[in-house]
Every structure is written in C-alpha cells, then in structure tokens.
Design a protein around this ligand. Structure first.
Ligand code: PLP
Length: 443
C-alpha cells in the first residue's frame, strides 16, 4: 500500500510533504524550490507529470554512467537477495573483489582501500590515516575547495560552506589556490608553489601531516591546475615528508577523461579519496585508498577507524557493476571524445556571447563564468552571492528542461559520460538561448 502511495503522488504533493517534514541542505528552507523527480533513464530525468529534464550535472556530478542502468540494478538486486549485509569485521566476496579492482585502476602503487558511505567520510579517514602515519597533526588545504560536510571535512573545506562550523577541527591551515577569481586570474605554477612552500616553512614542516587538494577543484569552479603544479606539490610533499592526499570524489571515475584526474599529470598521491562515480550514486559508497607503505604502518599499529556500513556488500556489488559499465561501454573514452565536442561548443558560446567571461573544461567536467564587463571581467554575481540575471538564467534552464548547477556567477556542464553528440548539442542549444538573457547585462 505504501508503495502504491509513493507511485501515485503528484509533483506538488511530493514538494509540499518534503518541505513540511524534511530539511533541504545548504538552504534557508523558505527559499527552496525542488524539482519533483519520479524516474530517470540515461541522461534524462522526469517529473511525475512527465516533464523531461536533460541532466546536465549528472545530479550532483555523480551519476557518471547515466540513470537506470539495468546491469547495476541487477547486481544490486542479486546481492541483496544473497547477502544484504555483513558487518565490517567479516570478509565478503564483493568487498574482496572491489578492493582488488580498485587497486588495479587506482594511480601508481595505491593498493589498499578503506570503504565509507561517501566522500566526506573518505576525507575524514584520509586525514586520520595521515596523522596516525606521520605522527604530525596539521593539514594543509586550499581555500577554493570543498571536501564534505562532516566536521573535519568541512574544516578542510576552504569555501564559504566552512564558515558556519568554525572554529571546526583544529590544525587546518588554508593556502591560496593558483586561481584567484575571474577578475584577478591565475598564478603560474611556480608562483603558487612558492607561496605553498613559504607557508610550509612558516608553519613548521615537521608539524604538517598532509596536504589535501582536489585534483581538479569541482564546485569552486572546475579549476584545472596549470601544468607543473601537481608535480610541484608532489615534490614539495616529498621534500618535507608531508603526505599528499588527492580528493577525487568529484573529478574521479572518468569525469575528466581518465579514471582519475590526477593521471593527467602522472602524479601518484600517497592517499586518494573517492565516492560519487564509484557507484554512480546507485547506492552510497566512498573509499580512501593508500599506498602500501602507509597501509603497512597499520600491520602492528591499530587503525582507529570504523563504520557500521564499512564495506557494505550491496554498495561494493554496485561499485563492481558500475566499474564494469565504464569498461564495457568505453565511457572514459566517450568522455574524452565528447569532451572535445563540449570544448568546441563552449568556444562557440565564448565567441558569440559577451557575457561569457571564461569557459573551462577537461573531459566532461566543465563550467562557464559569466561577467557583466568583458574587459574588467566583473562577475555577473558577487563571490558567494547571486544576482537577478543569474536567477533569470537558472529559471530559463529549468523552464526549458535543462538541469544544471548554477552557482554564484557560474554554471556547470557535467553530463553523464554516456551522452551522445546530438544530446550535447540539444543541451547547448538551450544554453545558447539562455545566454541572451545574461548578454543584456553586459556593459
Ligand atoms: C571534491 C569533493 N570532496 C568531497 C565531497 C563530499 O562528498 P559527500 O557529499 O559524498 O560526503 C564532495 C561532494 O560534493 C566533493 O565534491
């Protein structure tokens, strides 16, 4: 009966009851305006009334293989039927096979994994591992970053989402990024690395356990580091005995046209965190991977970490099936191929629309920054704010059936990796018309 009720709710009823009895994240509740979602397939999702949206953000940059893949659904169903749960002190086949599979695809000699429920917990455990392994306590992180919403991960986070929980976890030191916003632009890799080294010296290198950074920063602007930056961070970490933790929660699993974005720079971190694309969000799972040298430290020393749902068999089975889909459907190759199309379409927008101040992408990870003055590069919405023009653009996308993330003066272009060229062009046709709204604001 309960299922019947779920299936027959209208969009309006879903919204009313959800708003009455559940909290929506990162929002003042009177301002939320959710889209009711009843079903999804491929790159599309639908309201109960049948309105179709192109999912141009893979929901939260996570449904990388696309919606409703029967192979993953079957794997989940089969695992549920055989063994829905075993506690984390047990060994199970999905756990065993997923650990081995991730060791095969992870960068370099990353070989051992600890499973979590998502990205924030992966980062919590990454810093715990780094502190236990080094005996040091400080963690370097960057300002233009997001690492999750638990206390430690939000303390690592540099963007304004951190402010509400301050003072947060002690020992986090934030450094500037090579990018300083659209008006100030980019540092070179050398300038940025020199700044990081100065901070390391000022803080005392012997007090710093790790430097955590997103390989390509996600919500803070699809910030692709300048060549030499990641290699330079690796060298600084080696020089000072600091562990390099790369957060691949958003950039991993094919999003950038590689299994992991850090592969673009041939850098092997000491610790890597992942989630989202690991299961393409069919069920929740995160992981923190580490080099054998770090794992070996816990042969005789206790690893103080645990979760009731660590190595959950259903999540591990979902991940195994998802990883198989990436391989069988050549989705990472498709991300690379469609990434070229995405780039061309972004270049077309840049030529045509004066409100486009910058358009960045790597694979199918993309973002457009809008400005009201191309010479001065004045952003169309302030840092951590919005504007009537950005709100109007967001409304236009929604009315036209294009779902994507609109944040500050930016919007994202992160479709599922199974997207075709025709579908990509359909999405960009909507964006092209939408930018006529923002062009009107350009002086
Ligand atoms: C780079 C990065 N790290 C960590 C997280 C946190 O992951 P989760 O929301 O699964 O806890 C996110 C989520 O967006 C992320 O983008």
């Amino acid at each position: 009966m309960a299922t019947e009720t779920l299936k027959t709710m209208s969009g309006e009823e879903m919204i009313a009851l959800s708003k009455k009895h559940t909290l929506f994240e990162w929002s003042a509740q009177s301002k939320v305006d959710p889209i009711p979602v009843a079903r999804a397939k491929g790159i599309y999702f639908y309201t109960p009334e049948g309105k179709r949206y192109i999912d141009f953000n893979s929901q939260l940059m996570c449904v990388n293989i696309g919606h409703g893949d029967e192979r993953v659904i079957r794997a989940i169903q089969e695992q549920l039927a055989v063994l829905a749960y075993a506690n984390p002190f047990m060994a199970t086949e999905p756990r065993a096979r997923l650990g081995a599979k991730l060791a095969a695809i992870a960068p370099g000699d990353i070989d051992v994994f600890f499973f979590t429920n998502g990205g924030a917990e992966a980062n919590e455990n990454a810093i715990k591992l780094a502190r236990l392994a080094t005996g040091r306590h400080k963690i370097l992180a960057r300002y233009r970053s997001y690492h999750g919403a638990t206390n430690g991960s939000l303390s690592l986070t540099g963007d304004p989402r951190r402010w509400a929980i301050e003072p947060g976890m002690p020992g986090v030191v934030h450094v500037l990024d090579p990018y300083h916003g659209i008006e100030r632009g980019w540092d070179t890799a050398e300038q940025s690395l020199a700044m990081i080294e100065e901070v390391i010296q000022l803080e005392g290198s012997h007090t710093i356990a790790a430097f955590i950074l997103e390989s390509v920063s996600g919500t803070n602007g699809v910030l692709v580091p300048p060549d030499g930056y990641m290699q330079g961070v690796r060298a600084l970490c080696d020089k000072y005995g600091i562990l390099m933790i790369v957060d691949e929660v958003m950039a991993g699993f094919g999003r950038t046209g590689e299994w992991f974005a850090i592969n673009h720079w041939n850098v092997v971190p000491d610790i890597i965190s992942m989630a989202k694309g690991l299961t393409s969000a069919y069920v929740q799972l995160g992981a923190v991977g580490m080099r054998r040298t770090i794992a070996d430290q816990f042969k005789d020393k206790v690893f103080y970490g645990g979760l009731t749902y660590n190595s959950h068999p259903v999540a591990c089975a979902a991940a195994l099936a998802t990883l198989q889909v990436y391989e069988d459907d050549k989705l990472i190759e498709n991300a690379r191929k469609m990434g070229v199309v995405l780039r061309q379409l972004m270049d077309d927008l840049t030529r045509k629309h004066p409100s486009v101040g910058a358009a960045r992408s790597i694979g199918l990870f993309g973002l457009v920054e809008l400005v009201r003055d191309r010479a001065k590069k004045t952003p169309l919405a302030p840092f951590n704010g919005t504007s009537p023009e950005m709100a109007a653009l967001s409304k236009f996308f929604r009315d036209e059936g294009l779902y994507t993330f609109v944040r500050w003066n930016t919007f994202f272009t992160n479709p599922p990796l199974c997207i075709t060229e025709t579908q990509m062009r359909d999405a960009f046709a909507i964006i092209d018309r939408g930018l006529e709204i923002t062009d009107k604001a350009v002086q």
